[in-house]
Design a protein around this ligand. Structure first.
Ligand SMILES: C[S@@+](CC[C@H](N)C(=O)[O-])C[C@H]1O[C@@H](n2cnc3c(N)ncnc32)[C@H](O)[C@@H]1O
Length: 258
């Protein structure tokens, strides 16, 4: 039964990002991030960790043909895909680069954003200092990151939910609590935190949640890591697949000024 509900093969990373971007959750928080960034026509905008260019077209539309938009990512395939997808937009450029050492001049951007990137980087504090460095004084940085410690997946045995969330925060995601840490880290990087907006998508359908959370794959890894017994994993997944389903996790959209 569970095999019909959960994805058995992990999606290709670009397909995963594309799917999330067009989901109700993706559209809601990406539009909240775009509104917070308040890009004006003619401005210079950089998307740090742009992936396959998911947001570059919307940024280009906001900046207009007189603006410039740059996507930076350290993954060659993501950069090539982003460049291909935005080739028709003359104001968009895409560059290979690391957020810890941006290949960009000081004070060269009016707006910068990261979208689910700082959860993966080795040193978020350094990445934030770099983001601040490339912003002009008064420029805005908008950060959107989850706090995986807020993840809840309803199950009659709350200990199983706690074990699942503990595995995700301890091992599955490098900087799992980053969403709630953003205001402190941004202030530590010398930014002025203007706004913190929590967004909590609630999943009431197991397959939809699975497309974002990879419930079965993560559970199997949690068994290998010793967070679940194989029997508990079976009990957990069977209930998720067949019972009344609810999962939720909070993202924070933080706006800060350089
Ligand atoms: C979850 S994806 C998000 C992509 C895109 N922002 C989106 O919303 O679709 C995270 C991206 O951050 C990039 N990334 C992670 N660490 C990075 C680093 N140190 N420097 C540059 N890019 C990085 C990854 O290659 C990946 O494309």
């Amino acid at each position: 039964m569970t095999s019909r509900v959960f994805e058995s093969v992990p999606p290709d990373p670009i397909a995963y990002l594309d799917r999330l971007a067009v989901s109700e959750l993706g559209r809601e928080y990406k539009s909240a991030m775009l509104a917070a960034l308040s890009v004006e026509r003619g401005q210079t905008v950089v998307d740090l960790g742009c992936g396959p260019g998911t947001d570059l077209s919307a940024l280009a539309e906001a900046a207009g043909p007189e603006g410039t938009v740059l996507g930076v990512d350290h993954d060659r395939e993501a950069v090539d895909t982003a460049a291909e997808r935005t080739a028709h937009l003359l104001q968009v450029d895409v560059r290979l680069g690391d957020l810890h050492e941006l290949p960009l001049a000081d004070g060269s951007y009016d707006r910068a954003r990261t979208d689910r990137v700082l959860q993966h980087v080795a040193d978020p504090a350094l990445a934030l200092r770099e983001a601040r460095r490339v912003l002009r004084p008064g420029g805005l940085l908008v950060l959107g990151e989850p706090d995986w410690g807020t993840l809840t997946v309803d199950h009659p045995d709350a200990a199983l939910t706690a074990a699942y969330t503990r595995y995700v925060t301890d091992q599955a995601v490098r900087n799992a609590r980053i969403g709630s840490q953003l205001p402190r880290l941004a202030a530590g990087a010398g930014l002025d935190v203007l706004d913190v907006r929590p967004l909590t998508p609630v999943f009431r359908e197991v397959s939809t949640a699975d497309q974002v959370l990879g419930l079965q794959r993560v559970t199997h890894r949690a068994v290998t890591a010793g967070y679940f017994t194989a029997e508990d994993a079976e009990r957990w997944l069977t209930h998720l697949a067949t019972g009344h389903f609810l999962a939720a996790v909070t993202f924070h959209v933080v706006t800060a000024r350089a």
